[in-house]
Design a protein around this ligand. Structure first.
Ligand code: ADP
Ligand code: MG
Length: 286
């Protein structure tokens, strides 16, 4: 285990996110490489910070080959209520699915099928611990040196996004929110079943891998909150390109079922022919 941030040397920046910066770091003595996510909290966000520290405790229980490992959380604030929170994570040298899409444009079905299987296995693990991810999206699905996809940022971004203040809530992440999360009546009951929201987000992320852009909007559009909310809540079924196989379409429609009670569950989807069939499961295999 890593005792202190002083044991680590920064090698470079690998990415910028909503609440902070991700660095590639190396342990000074054993030369292992990690990713270090540094979250900066302003004074007025001390309540969010407190929540993040709490969530970090849950992260430590999570131990699965389908989830990016968290090796430690460092609180540079000490007893004060501000200062950085640092999450030391498994380094995923292939970057995120978002990065891959930027290079390749889109992914073929056989690769998407392997991604779907691994993410469903990860969700099955988390849901088994009664943990809802709440921020499944291409930039939170990371690829290691072997081309294996894992779920990242459970907890961390969940805390950042998990306020009910619409303006803050929307920032960056709301595109993958399921329709029931916009409906205050259904919100309370579906809250208990946030698992269905993770399935919706997975469906959107996988369809994005196939289409090469966010599926509910025209390509290249940077939407405002209202346009996005309308797209999520008023489109009956997203358009899937006619080149897609019927298995893939059927899988995506089970994920993007608007009524969360009728949506496919992780257990059901793991048995779906699109996922159950043979595939390499790797993102570098094309
Ligand atoms: P977001 O997920 O919204 O993009 P993050 O701060 O979580 O914001 O991550 C920013 C970027 O840093 C990601 O898109 C990804 O490319 C990269 N990244 C995050 N975590 C890791 C990791 N553990 N290993 C390698 N790269 C990572
Ligand atoms: Mg992230």
């Amino acid at each position: 285990t890593i005792e202190s941030l002083f044991d680590l040397e920064k090698l470079g920046v690998v990415g910028h996110g909503n609440g902070g910066i991700v660095y590639k770091v190396q342990h000074l003595r054993n030369s292992s490489v990690y990713a270090l996510k540094v979250l900066r909290f302003e004074n007025e966000n001390f309540h969010l910070r407190k929540k993040a520290v709490g969530e970090a405790e849950i992260l430590k229980q999570v131990d699965s080959e389908f989830i990016v490992r968290c090796h430690g959380v460092f609180d540079s604030g000490g007893d004060t209520e501000n200062g950085d929170l640092c999450f030391l994570m498994e380094y995923m040298e292939g970057g995120s699915l978002n990065d891959v899409l930027r290079v390749h444009g889109s992914l073929p079905e056989n690769v998407i099928s392997g991604v779907a299987k691994r993410v469903l296995e990860g969700l099955s693990y988390l849901h088994g611990l009664h943990i809802v991810h709440r921020d499944i999206k291409p930039s939170n699905l990371l690829i290691n040196g072997q081309g294996e996809v894992k779920i990242a940022d459970f907890g961390v971004s969940r805390v950042l996004a998990g306020t009910f203040d619409a303006s803050e809530f929307c920032e960056g992440t709301c595109a993958y929110m399921s329709p029931e999360r916009f409906d205050s009546d259904k919100w309370t009951e579906s809250w208990c079943n946030g698992f269905a929201g993770d399935v919706w987000a997975l469906g959107l992320a996988l369809l994005e891998c196939y289409m090469g852009h966010f599926p509910l909007l025209a390509p290249g559009k940077k939407p405002d909150w209202v346009t996005l909310m309308c797209a999520i809540c008023f489109i009956e079924r997203p358009e899937i390109p006619s080149t897609a196989s019927s298995e893939f379409k059927s899988f995506i429609y089970r994920c993007l079922e608007k009524d969360w009670r009728r949506r496919g569950t992780v257990t059901e989807l793991l048995r779906h022919p699109f996922v159950a069939k043979q595939n390499t499961g790797l993102v570098d295999s094309f």
